[in-house]
Design a protein around this ligand. Structure first.
Ligand SMILES: Nc1nc2c(ncn2[C@@H]2O[C@H](COP(=O)(O)OP(=O)(O)OP(=O)(O)O)[C@@H](O)[C@H]2O)c(=O)[nH]1
Length: 383
C-alpha cells in the first residue's frame, strides 16, 4: 500500500516546482534574443552533465502557446489560462528542476517575424531539439499555415535535425468529424506548401490537442520522447516487463509533469493513459492529506507503491523507480494474484534503468571533455 512519507515527498516536489517557477526558472529574454546561446549544460539527478535541448513554442497570437506550457509544466488549471496576458517577449522557461525531463521551453510572442533582420535565426534555432508549432483549430488557419511554412523552412536551413511538431490546438470545441477533417486538411495543405517550396523532405508530426483533456499531455509526451536517446532501450525494457508480468499496459511517468517518457510497444489508448494520470493525481492528493509532516528527504524510497482496484477486474499498480520516475501498469485482477512475480520483475526493470542512466552519466562526463566529445560526435554518440 501507499507509503505516506514518500507520498508527501512527492507532493512537496510539486510545490517546489511552483516556487521555482516564478522566482528562478522563467526569465524574459527580451524581444531581441541576445541571450540565445544554444543548448545549456546542466547536470541531472544521475549526475550527468549533458546538453539541455530547447523546445521552441511558436504559432500565431492567442493560439494557446503559453497556456500549453503553463498547464503541462506548471500545473495551472485550464480555466486560469483565460487570464493569461499576451506574451510580448521571448520567455525562456527551465522545466522544473526536480523533474526528470530536462529541457528548456522557449515561448515566442505570436507576432515575431523571422524575416526581421533584428532576429538572428541561427541563434534561435541552433541547439533546438523540437519546434512545436501551435495552430488554433477554432480560428481560420490560412495565416497560421503560411507562418508554419516560413518558420519550418528557416529552422530547417539552420538545423535539419530539428523535429517539427504541429499541434492543432483547442480541438475541445470540435466534433469528432470536424477533428478528422481539420487534421486531414492541415496535413494536406502544409505538405503542399512545403512541396511548392521544394522542401517536401521535411517531416511534420501532427497532433490534435486541448488543454481541457489529457491530449496535451499525451502529445507532449511524444514530443519529449523523441528527445530521449535511450528511448528504444526503455521501450524494450517495458516490453520485457509487461510480457513477463502478465500486465496489459505500462507507462514510465515523469511524476511531476505527468509526461510518460516511455511505454511498451502496444498502442496507447487514451483511456488507459488517462487512468494512469488520474492515479498519479490521487497519489499526490492523498499524500497531501495523510503524509507525515517533517519528511524532507526530497525523494521516494524504493518500497513506495500504490494499488487501486477498479470494479472491472482491473488493477492499477504504481511503483516508484526513483525520485522522479514512476512505473504505472494496468494488470488484470487474475494476473495480479502473482504480485510477487510482478514485484520481482519490477526490481529487475529498475536495476536496468539505473544501469542505463549510469551509462548516460558516464557518456555525459566524457562528452564534456573537449577532445573526447569530438570523438563521440564522430562515432554517432557510441562509446
Ligand atoms: N478552448 C480552448 N481554449 C484554449 C486552449 N488553450 C488555450 N486556450 C485559450 O486561448 C487563449 C490564448 O491563450 P495564450 O496561451 O495566451 O495564447 P498564446 O499563443 O500564448 O498568445 P500570445 O502570447 O499572444 O502569443 C486563452 O484565453 C486560453 O484560455 C484550449 O485547448 N482550448
Amino acid at each position: 500500500m501507499m507509503n505516506n512519507r514518500n507520498l508527501l515527498s512527492m507532493y512537496k516536489l510539486v510545490v517546489v516546482s511552483y516556487e521555482v517557477d516564478d522566482d528562478y526558472s522563467r526569465s524574459y529574454v527580451g524581444s531581441y534574443p541576445k541571450d540565445f546561446c544554444g543548448p545549456e549544460e546542466d547536470g541531472d539527478i544521475f549526475g550527468t552533465v549533458e546538453m539541455k535541448p530547447k523546445i521552441l513554442l511558436m504559432g500565431l497570437r492567442r493560439s494557446g502557446k503559453s497556456s500549453i506550457q503553463r498547464v503541462v509544466f506548471h500545473k495551472m488549471s485550464p480555466a486560469e489560462t483565460l487570464f493569461l496576458e499576451s506574451t510580448n517577449k521571448i520567455v525562456k522557461d527551465d522545466v522544473p528542476h526536480s523533474s526528470f525531463v530536462r529541457f528548456q521551453v522557449w515561448d515566442f510572442p505570436g507576432q515575431i517575424d523571422f524575416f526581421d533582420s533584428s532576429y538572428d535565426t541561427e541563434l534561435i534555432f541552433s541547439g533546438c531539439g523540437a519546434l512545436l508549432f501551435v495552430i488554433d483549430a477554432q480560428d481560420g488557419y490560412t495565416d497560421a499555415l503560411n507562418k508554419l511554412q516560413q518558420t519550418v523552412i528557416q529552422a530547417y536551413k539552420v538545423d535539419p535535425n530539428i523535429k517539427f511538431e504541429v499541434f492543432i490546438h483547442k480541438v475541445d470545441g470540435l466534433s469528432d468529424d470536424q477533428r478528422i477533417d481539420i487534421q486531414r486538411d492541415i496535413h494536406q495543405r502544409a505538405h503542399d506548401d512545403l512541396l511548392d517550396a521544394s522542401m517536401d523532405n521535411i517531416h511534420l508530426s501532427i497532433y490534435l490537442t486541448s488543454i481541457y483533456d489529457h491530449s496535451i499531455f499525451e502529445a507532449f509526451s511524444k514530443v519529449v520522447q523523441k528527445l530521449i536517446p535511450e528511448l528504444p532501450t526503455l521501450e524494450n525494457l517495458m516490453d520485457i516487463f509487461i510480457s513477463n508480468s502478465g500486465a496489459e499496459k505500462a507507462f514510465l511517468f515523469d511524476v511531476i509533469s505527468k509526461i510518460y517518457i516511455a511505454t511498451d510497444s502496444s498502442p496507447v489508448d487514451m483511456q488507459s493513459y488517462e487512468l494512469c494520470c488520474d492515479m498519479i493525481d490521487v497519489v499526490i492528493d492523498l499524500s497531501c492529506i495523510y503524509g507525515l509532516k517533517g519528511d524532507n528527504d526530497g525523494g521516494f524510497d524504493q518500497r513506495s507503491s500504490s494499488i487501486i482496484r477498479l470494479n472491472n477486474s482491473t488493477v492499477l499498480y504504481l511503483r516508484e523507480v526513483n525520485r522522479f520516475l514512476a512505473l504505472v501498469c494496468i494488470v488484470r485482477a487474475d494476473n495480479f494474484r502473482k504480485q510477487g512475480l510482478i514485484d520481482y520483475n519490477f526490481t529487475c526493470f529498475r536495476n536496468s534503468i539505473q544501469k542505463i542512466f549510469e551509462l548516460r552519466s558516464r557518456r555525459g562526463r566524457l562528452a564534456a571533455l573537449p577532445s573526447v566529445g569530438a570523438k563521440i560526435d564522430g562515432a554517432n554518440g557510441e562509446v
